[in-house]
Structures are given as C-alpha cells and as structure tokens.
Design a protein around this ligand. Structure first.
Ligand code: DC
Length: 260
C-alpha cells in the first residue's frame, strides 16, 4: 500500500517544491538562501579585514569570502597570458574574467582559491600580481563579472562573511550587518612590514608607506566600486585594537555564533 501511495505523495512533493515561488523565485518571495545572514566587511589595505573576516566567519560558523583574492586571480591569469601594466589589454582582461575557471574550496579555512583547478592561494599574493591587480579592479566589465559571481556564491552558501572594498555599498547593499574597518596609515604599513618580516622578506618602511598611500588613492578614486563607507555600516578603528578585540566587538553586534 505504501508503495504507490508514497510515490504519488513524493511526486506531489517534488512538484510542489520545484514550482513553489520560494524555490523558483518567481513569486517575489525571498528565497531561503537570501534569508541567510550576510555580513560585509570593507576597508583599506592593511586594516586587518582578512584576518578579522576569517576569524569572525569561524566564530559564526559561516564561510569567509575574500573578494580581493578574486581580483588577484584575474590579475594572475592576466600575467599568465601576457597582459602587463605596459600592455594593458582591457577588452581581453574582461573576456578573461568572464571565462575564468575560478572556484573556492570551502573545506579549509581560509578557503583555497583554485584557478584552472590549481590551488593559487599563495601565487595570487606575489608582488608582481599585487603590482597589476589595479588593472582588474579598475575594469568595469571585470568588476561586473566578479560582482555577479560574489552574489552567486552568497546565494549558494548558507550565510557569508564577505570582505573587500564594495561589499556593503554595491554588492550586498541589503546585508544583515555591515562593518567598515579602518586604521592609521602608518599602523597599516607597519603591519605589512611585520607580515613580510614573518615571511623572511625585508622591506623598506618608507617605500611600504608610500605604496600604501598609492593603494588608498586607487581604492578611493575608482570610478565603480570605490572604497567608501556604506550606509548603516559600523566603523571600527583597529589602530589600537588586537584581532580578538575587533572580532569580539563584531560578535557583540551580530549576535551569538551559530552551531551545526
Ligand atoms: O584586499 P586585497 O589587497 O587583496 O585586494 C586586491 C585588489 O583588489 C586591491 O587593489 C583592491 C581590489 N578590490 C576591489 O577593488 N574590490 C574588492 N571588493 C576587493 C578588492
């Protein structure tokens, strides 16, 4: 008796699920994915975004999306095909972004970033990539494509802490919580200096400071996706704060960690 009856029941259920507005998104009802918590963290280079976002995501038990890594992946691909600062082919760069085989492996923290199925998590941090990443970040077609992918990722993960420059302003203007991390430029350059020292790379502090200033200007003055304070964002100045202090302050605002 259960056989045919339960099959009919299952078919009806499958039909109801497939064609319900919640799943198909046709009825103007918010999808289940969109109802999940989205937290944006924006701020300048060296403000501690990545470390903070990683730790916050871990505390809340949701994935952490480093959108800067996506721009870096486009820049790495550009280098691989011979696009350079001297020969910036913007049209080709946009095509590269649209066709980019870029995925994240969320099974690790931080997530691994895969370009053409190869783990490039370290390669995208190389100085020659950093030097031309502005080409990708300034290209409006590249931005449109990466924004589309960022929203797609958010629709697939159940909750997300996403960090970058434009996450709270442009990509997720309706995010549940928005943060803007800032720190004194000298402190940001000092952090960069120490980060390099830890990797055994000796750097010149005045040069690092000057580079930081250039990156700030590039981020602030970008035509689309410029770094600015999103409406409703909570500003946290991390100059004199430790990493756990920043994350604790955020958890107080976002609420208790999720389990499961
Ligand atoms: O955070 P980062 O330094 O890894 O970012 C790399 C570059 O990408 C940097 O030049 C800023 C840019 N970027 C952006 O324009 N928008 C984002 N959402 C994230 C990064």
């Amino acid at each position: 008796m259960e056989g045919p009856l339960s099959r009919r029941w299952m078919n009806w259920l499958a039909y109801a699920i497939l064609f319900s507005p919640v799943v198909s998104g046709t009825g103007g009802i918010v999808t289940q994915e969109l109802a999940e918590l989205i937290i944006t963290i924006d701020g300048p280079a060296g403000s501690g975004k990545s470390a903070v976002a990683g730790l916050l995501a871990q505390r809340l038990n949701v994935p952490h999306l480093d959108t800067g890594a996506m721009y870096r992946a486009v820049a790495l691909k550009a280098l691989q095909v011979g696009i350079t600062a001297e020969r910036p082919d913007q049209k080709r760069l946009a095509e590269l972004a649209v066709n980019l085989d870029l995925t994240f492996d969320w099974s690790t923290r931080p997530a691994k970033i895969l370009l053409d199925a190869k783990d490039v998590s370290n390669d995208i941090r190389r100085p020659e990539v950093t030097a031309i990443v502005y080409l990708a970040a300034d290209n409006t077609l590249v931005r449109a494509e990466l924004v589309r992918r960022q929203r797609e990722i958010a629709a697939q993960t159940h909750g997300l802490v996403t960090e970058g420059r434009d996450q709270g302003t442009l990509v997720f203007p309706d995010a549940d919580f928005k943060f803007y991390l800032d720190a004194d430029i000298k402190e940001r350059a000092r952090r960069r200096f120490e980060e390099l020292a830890r990797k055994g790379i000796s750097a010149d502090f005045p040069t690092l400071l000057a580079d930081m200033h250039i990156r700030d200007q590039q981020d602030i003055n970008r035509g689309v996706g410029a770094l600015k304070l999103a409406p409703g964002a909570v500003v946290l100045d991390t100059t004199a704060l430790t990493l756990p202090e920043v994350v604790d302050a955020m958890v107080k605002i976002t609420g208790s960690p999720r389990h499961g």
